[in-house]
Design a protein around this ligand. Sequence first.
Ligand code: AMP
Ligand code: MG
Length: 401
Amino acid sequence: MQPLIRPTEARQRIDAHLPAIPTITCPLDKCAGRVLREAITADRPLPPFNRAMMDGYALRSADIGSVEAFTVTVQAPAGTAAQTIGAQPGNCAEIMTGAVVPCDADCVVPYEVTDKDPDGRIRLRTPSEHRAGNCIHYLGSDHAAGTVLLPANVRLGRRELAIAATCGHAELQVTKIPAVSIISTGDELVDVAATPAAHQIRRSNDLSIETALTNAQLHAKERIHLPDDAAISKQRLALLIQANTFLIISGGISMGQKDYIPGTLDELGLRNHFHGVKQKPGKPFGFWSNDHCAVFTLPGNPLSALTALHHYVIPAIQTAMGAPAARSMHRVQLTEPAKARDDITVFMPIQLMENNQARPHPAQNSGDQASILATDGYIELPPTPQQVYPAGSAFQFHPWL
Ligand code: AMP
Ligand code: MG
């Protein structure tokens, strides 16, 4: 392994060597969860006409004091072009929510505050309460045409898709979904359905990584298991590097006799940017890349793998896709002292308590994944000469996905 680097340096080196991901044109109804790569502007004023906001009657406010009752001269349902009520004082339109207010009317009075005479004429119960502009949503009063409603580089959720639809985008420019594959290595690993021999364990990292990716709106193409075999690893990895934009490898990356992955990546011509970070858990974490593929190497220990995935891998894929995850603004305060180190960063699992309090749950070892079941996420404890952070110290909270 090379000289260890700090977590911030690791993040910078990753960000500086992420593969470019193309922008594609995608039908709007296939865009949910994708990253938008163009700004969406209002193609017309919003609303695009003076819109009635209630079902009732559209009339001239100036007539209210001077006529006793109003006469319906026109029906104005939603979806009909602009009409007029006519110049005669006391004329009105029967209007529906979403319809164009007649151009010679300036006030909409809801049914609920009117009465209908037997001859069909309309009386206002409290005439003095209705004024010009009431219940009218005026043309352009929300947004002028040309206003940027959605900036580029946002994730397209239901609210964003509704804006794109309103502005007439049947297709959008979005980031192509990158091919991501998850690789677990280890001769000791067997399938979840298998009965492990005494020297074997069931594979779990790949499923945990895939689930965290899904929860981050990312997509894993496949999960692959490689034996601890240099020749097979080289052959399989060569093809996987060609076929993927990101590889997430867990296990086989440390100093063991059968940890073939780092050497294999070097032999396959990938450039190593670091291998080893001043952190616990996850010291052997590393990063390799070529022009079109980035390879993250995570330690096999489940807690190490999960922490590196959250702290580096998922944010990196999101950044490459053009929508960096907003760093959480959620800060928490320690309920009790947390043990830190004077030489390396400690990622400490924590349980959220009331009032943004956080209880540290130091893991006894990074293989015990059941130890984090009670925790909600982790905090990053930078090295400190005191080797402890006192109760009350505040840190940014990183939730488990
Ligand atoms: P390694 O990084 O390959 O030395 O593995 C470190 C530890 O993590 C070993 O005890 C492995 O058995 C365990 N491990 C590796 N990969 C997985 C996996 N996919 N699921 C569960 N445990 C794993
Ligand atoms: Mg191994």
